[in-house]
Design a protein around this ligand. Structure first.
Ligand code: HEC
Ligand code: HEC
Ligand code: CA
Ligand code: CA
Ligand code: CA
Length: 445
């Protein structure tokens, strides 16, 4: 069965390409290099990488358990340490099926999945990264708490809707979030408090992104736009809690975390209230075993990346050409090569993540006005687009963009501004059939 299928794809590929490309056709792009998996069901983001070495298979399954473990307040024989204040009880409850979370807040069965980052406006050098904690809230609002403990605040979310239309007259509607934070101790919020809403992003393919050399990122960066193409990617500089230095950032919506270990330890500490060797209790002890943190990190590093589909579909191919000609690829880079990495499977892979991992000014519409590391209040990191078309297969009704405001891929494009304004206007000016082709291509990723 499998052999016949592969042969079929190969034949289509050779015939499809032979006409305009003389010589050997390039191999069909495999999104995650040798890590690519062919599952495009609702479980697509949960597959171990195709090239996982036998000895790492067990490690991956231990990681799976760590990612799914639901924590409870201490003392408890299993998974203790939750709280006293927190946002949710497991990694999996925010990164649903390893994909996005829902843009929801508050009590109820899903609990809080959006994170609310806060800070005071007057960034000072003595706070690494420049973010100044808000009295009573710190840098992240924990709106859940253990029995008998008050959460920091209650947070509610509502949406403001605006309408617009394409030059051809077709209407669309966009919504932006409005967040209300009410401290439980009755105190008033400080004037000018900066607030940033963040949707849980998917967690597959991240080992590959971690393995992209910093030199590769720097080579794509063009902070002063010297080539004058209107695009100026920047590498974020963030506080590394292990080396205690400023280091390049690449994870999180603002590239606000330097590596998967720190990002995961921060999630245990801030999102779940669980201390670890990287974020210990004030007395130096910690609730999480070092090996559990390592297992959760390895899990994200060793997940497979779903393969593209419909490579030989004419409309998808037209959409791919538009994706290039509109300049989407200036930020959503089609191909990167990974360097060395302690996880052998992710090293030296040719991948198609559709990101440059760099910060871009995305204009006032998307701005949160809250700096994060060296990222300004208008900058966001280009998110990878691999697996994008499976977003609603994995979790119907979840959103796109950093706060989940876009209900469709189309809305996500329409929000682009700043450095991406030209690309957005190019999209708006397309004929309806061309817009549909571009969306078909994005849906095939
Ligand atoms: C309350 C919801 C929530 C919980 C619980 C949670 N996360 Fe996240 N996670 C997020 C959000 C939101 C982001 C984006 C953060 C940002 O941009 O600042 C994120 C980002 C990440 C990233 C970076 C992804 C990328 O593409 O940059 C990783 C890795 C990650 N989380 C792992 C974990 C692990 C491991 C756990 C469990 C220990 C966990 N998360 C628990 C909400 C959550
Ligand atoms: C200047 C760089 C840049 C260009 C050009 C650009 N993008 Fe983006 N794109 C981004 C950034 C940064 C974000 C994240 C913005 C946010 O979350 O607020 C993003 C987000 C997206 C998302 C949502 C992804 C997700 O995970 O939610 C889609 C879809 C997308 N872009 C498609 C496109 C298409 C199609 C084009 C061309 C018409 C394009 N982009 C051009 C930088 C760019
Ligand atoms: Ca705790
Ligand atoms: Ca807090
Ligand atoms: Ca440039």
């Amino acid at each position: 069965m499998r052999r016949a299928f592969l042969l079929g794809t190969l034949l289509l590929w050779t015939t499809g390409c032979g006409e305009d490309a003389p010589g050997a056709p390039p191999p069909p792009p495999r999104a995650g290099g040798e890590m690519t998996v062919d599952d495009r069901t609702s479980l697509a983001f949960m597959q171990p990488a195709a090239n996982l070495l036998a000895e790492n298979d067990r490690k991956h399954r231990d990681g799976d358990s760590a990612f799914e473990a639901i924590f409870v307040p201490s003392p408890s024989p299993v998974n203790p340490g939750l709280g006293p204040v927190y946002n949710n009880t497991s990694c999996n409850s925010c990164h649903l099926r390893n994909g996005r979370g829902m843009p929801v807040m508050g009590p109820g069965p899903q609990r809080t999945q959006l994170l609310v980052r806060v800070s005071l406006p007057d960034g000072t050098p003595e706070h690494p990264g420049g973010a100044v904690p808000v009295p009573g809230l710190g840098l992240q609002v924990q709106d859940q708490a253990n029995y008998g403990v008050k959460p920091e605040a209650s947070v509610t979310l509502s949406w403001d809707e605006t309408t617009g239309s394409y030059p051809d007259g077709s209407p669309y509607s966009l919504r932006a979030p409005r967040v209300a934070i009410v401290p439980t101790d009755g105190s008033a919020l400080p004037a000018g408090m900066l607030v940033s809403l963040r949707l849980p992003p998917p967690v597959f393919g991240l080992g590959l992104l971690e393995a992209v050399d910093i030199a590769t990122l720097q080579a794509m960066a063009d902070p002063d736009d010297r080539d004058r193409d209107g695009i100026s990617g920047r590498v974020n500089e963030v506080w590394n809690v292990v080396t205690r230095t400023l280091t390049p950032g690449r994870f999180g919506w603002k590239a606000n975390s330097p590596n998967l270990k720190q990002q995961s330890a921060e999630a245990y500490f801030n999102d779940m209230g669980i201390s670890s060797p990287l974020f210990p209790e004030p007395d130096g002890t910690h609730e999480l075993e070092a090996k559990t943190l390592d297992a959760a990190v390895f899990y994200a590093q060793s997940l497979g990346v779903p393969a593209r589909t419909a490579l030989d579909d004419a409309e998808v191919q037209q959409g791919e050409r538009l994706f290039r000609s509109l300049g989407c690829v200036q930020c959503h880079r089609e191909e990167l090569t990974t360097g060395e990495h302690e996880v052998k499977e992710v090293a030296h892979q040719r991948i198609h993540p559709y990101t440059d991992l760099l910060l871009h000014d995305m204009g006032p519409g998307l701005a949160d006005g809250r700096p994060d590391g060296a990222a300004t209040g208008t900058e966001w990191r280009t998110p990878p687009l691999w697996g994008l078309g499976l977003t609603h297969t994995v979790l119907p009704f979840t959103g796109f963009l950093h706060d989940g405001r876009a209900r469709s891929i189309e809305e996500a494009i329409l929000w682009h501004g700043g450095e991406a304004e030209k690309a957005r206007e190019g999209f708006r000016a397309l004929k309806a059939a061309e817009r549909a082709a571009l969306l078909r291509f994005l849906g095939s990723l």
